[in-house]
Design a protein around this ligand. Sequence first.
Ligand code: F6P
Length: 462
Amino acid sequence: MSRLVVVSNRMPLGSNPSGGLVVALQDAMEKGGGLWIGVQPDADVLEGAEPAGENAVSVPGANFDRVAAVVPASAYDDYYLGYANSVLWPLCHGRMELIEQRPHYRAAYEAINSRLAKVVARFLRPDDILWVHDYHHLPLAAALRAEGVQNAIGFFLHIPFPTAANIHAVTGVEDVMSWISQYDLVGLQTQRDVSSAMDVFRQFPDSQFLMDGSLRFRNRTFEIKSFPIGIDAAAFRDIAARSRARLAPRARRWIIGAERLDYSKGLPHRLRAFGKLLETEIDLQGAVSFLQIASPTREDVQAYREIREELEQLSGAVNGRFSDINYTPIQYLNRGVPRDRLAGLFRQADVGLVTPLADGMNLVAKEYVAAQDAEDPGVLVLSGFAGAHEQLGQHALIANPYDIEQMARTIAAALLMPLEERIERHQAMLRIVMEQDVAWWSESFLNALEAKRLGSEFLSIL
Ligand code: F6P
């Protein structure tokens, strides 16, 4: 069996990981073992770390080992806050007005990936399978190839693939295409993302679409396919059933939302829709509360500071208008909540709101489904812009975050839904979430990558 080496910007460090990537991969790594390599600005110290050669530290673990490529803090900021989160993130989420390109962001992004490639190359064994994650590392395969690495390299993009029109906002877009082509297998979340990627490559005369479904760009042949990421649904279901977290008062109906405080999540739209619901459905005033958990993220980026202020104002306005002595309509938590508590809160909430403006997958949608009591489940309200819509859209209630009144009406319908219909919809979604879980996701990707590796070994023997 080949060893799995995972590379991602962020690694699991505490007990409260933020974001779907670490949660999903941690589940996979705990079970299968291997090596996880991440990036660490030198200002932060990894607990239990030992020096591991130039620019690296390592932390041995029970089930898998971790290595951090240590990089200067200022270059890290230009790579992470700069190119990754002020260029690629808004580009991929279609927020073109938020893109801020600076030559030194791009230079730091490439330099850090080259430095990371040197660390990865040092730890790599010839038959390791290498799986690189997310938009922080588009150039990593190219940098590894420059180091002489010939291993099969897979890449998974956790966020949406940019559209053919938007991609041109990035200066040097052909370099980006060329970076992508250095991977052997590129995994995307949805069919919609695969279509976008095909449309993007189709624009370049150097692209060729081969009969076997693979793509040739310049002298590289590779494949792009969708692999929708899942959760450890069975484990989350158990955690939810055991959790002692309670929504109070229990007599009230509860709506829940939980995510990183990111402008892609459509939180202002959601708060407005809840305000509209209370305004139009007078009976619900005093009878339904909305718990919104929004964990802080990337706070050094201006757009994230602005969205935080906007949410504080909006929740204050709704509460000012509809609160009573014993009634607070919106409970807004600007902090993360431990996963076992979150699971329990999901289980008790009558409605789960997952209404992003753009989202690669959105694992909260799947967690909300997994956490429900199958005999009295809550209702998932999902936007068509979440990747999860491709799998769950037929059974969830669909809200359009760009139509506040429609979203308010959808929440009202969710609160009124009879038990029988709730059970029917929940059963259908639970089946999908349980079957297409995180193990299914990582196995499907790694099997496809292994097939590519064996295919190219076979060709090299010929
Ligand atoms: O899922 C997208 C993603 O950017 C992951 O790459 C990341 O782990 C998560 O969101 C949280 O973001 P960050 O690592 O910037 O806090």
